[in-house]
Write a new protein. Sequence first.
Length: 82
Amino acid sequence: MPKATDAAQRFYQNLVDIGCEEAMIQYCIRLKEEYRLQELLITLQRQRKKLLDGVHAGQQKVDCLDYLVNQIKKEQTIRGTK
């Protein structure tokens, strides 16, 4: 029985690691225990999309920052100051 507990603990920790809130963690655990695996996969895909949306939003901010820095560097070069 310890292996099942270890597997359950690993599953729980994975859900924590991917940023699930406690209510979602409990929902996923229930889906897994009830072998509602298709629903579990859909739920995890939604979490993946949410994480990727965050990555994309962050990348967009980095791109804007890079543009701003490059514009300032160009202005600095034009004015002859460094």
